[in-house]
Design a binder for this molecule. Structure first.
Ligand code: KG4
Ligand code: ZN
Length: 352
């Protein structure tokens, strides 16, 4: 089975062709970094227009790279939510048009489900698995029981983790997009322990029961710390130390929340799987310090730790095409009148 996947829910215009044997035949991702840089964040109207300008060429390049034509495909999958509605509509309408023109089934993909299923594309992880989804818009702990079957165990009560990275990076004077730049700055810190001692940052909900998150207090504390730095141009070494302390604090919070989730997962699902796994997905899962912290945690609980390759963590078309394949294999296709959804929770993945 071969599927074209289209992703336009945020600031990446992406298309990819993959097959059910997990071969990525093409994977084109066009980032709109330049378009949004001047504004320090994604501007929805600009994003929608940029998708409109570029999507045709991105799809054309994905088809060309795959060496296939539309006639060779078994279906078209497009992200239909959640996300910035203007962009979602551009990708969804393009997908529907190709499906109609070539008489192919259309699959409306939930962007969060595409992130959630990525480890099955990269590592063929069996259900059920514990999933930490950390992206620009979402921070959730879920159990993936099957395609279309998710149990939400924890979510953020305020900011998403990616948003916290991006806003904190901006406060530190780092360029957009903040997450990767903050990680780069943290790597230049010469003494992580001294950095941690110097900048004491809060760990909201730390050691509390359950698996929820809170990050707005952390962002506010970063603002306070930046304001207390010596006046004038921010020193690179100060920013490196603050970024490092921030990254370590976030890793501590995530491992604390995931520890509760692992205890519960092993209790409730331990007998249903021979190979319990914690899977991390979403753009923030590219972060090496977070990966290392979570890997260490899983080792202590005899669980495997699965993180997709970095290029499959941030938004891309391959994850949408793969979700399309999994849904198509279960005959979970959609009619061409399916609507775009700005909100579409993963634990109530009803198609209505
Ligand atoms: O999944 P994604 O590409 O888009 C959404 O669905 O939101 O995630 C984007 C988020 C951004 O907040 C970005 O700063 C963050 O992922 N991110 C990172 C890193 N790479 C991307 N955060 C921390 N460290 C990174 N290396
Ligand atoms: Zn995403």
């Amino acid at each position: 089975m071969i599927v074209l996947g289209i992703e336009t829910s945020c600031d990446e215009t992406a298309a990819s062709v993959i097959d059910s044997e997990r071969h990525i035949l093409s994977n084109i991702v066009l980032s709109q970094l330049e378009e949004h840089k001047a504004f320090g964040g994604v501007v929805p109207e600009i994003a929608a227009r940029a998708h409109l300008d570029h999507l045709d060429h991105v799809i054309e390049a994905a088809m060309q790279d795959s060496g296939l034509t539309f006639k060779d495909l078994d279906g078209i999958a497009a992200t239909c939510g959640p996300g910035l509605i203007g962009g979602v509509m551009v990708g969804m309408m393009a997908g529907k048009a190709i499906a109609a023109a070539h008489d192919l089934p259309f699959v409306a993909v939930n962007h969060l489900e595409a992130h959630a299923l990525t480890p099955r594309l990269s590592d063929n992880v069996p259900f059920p698995y514990l999933l930490l989804l950390i992206s620009g818009g979402h921070t959730q702990i879920l159990v993936a029981e099957d395609v279309g079957e998710y149990r939400l165990w924890g979510t953020t009560i305020d900011d998403a983790l990616g948003e916290c990275f991006d806003k904190s990076a901006k406060l530190m004077g780092l360029p957009y997009p903040g997450g990767p730049h903050l990680e780069k700055a943290a790597k230049t810190c010469l003494d992580p322990q001294a950095a941690q001692d110097r900048f004491s940052l809060p760990r909201p909900l730390y050691r509390k029961p359950d698996c929820d998150f809170s990050f707005s207090g952390l962002k506010t504390a970063v603002r306070r710390q930046v304001e207390q730095l010596p006046e004038g141009l921010l020193q690179k070494s100060d920013i490196a130390a603050l970024a490092c302390a921030f990254e370590n604090t976030v890793t501590d919070i995530l491992t604390d929340r995931c520890k509760n989730a692992i205890d519960r997962f092993l209790k409730e699902y331990g007998k249903k799987t021979n190979s319990p796994a914690l899977v991390v997905s979403g753009g923030v899962a590219a972060n090496q310090a977070i990966r290392a912290g979570l890997k260490n945690l899983t080792k202590q609980h005899n669980m495997s730790f699965i993180a997709p390759p970095i290029e499959l963590c941030s938004d891309n078309g391959a994850m949408v095409a793969w979700a399309g394949i999994e849904l198509l294999q279960k005959n979970m296709t959609d009619t061409l009148d399916v609507a775009a959804k700005p909100r579409w929770p993963l634990d109530r993945i009803s198609k209505n």
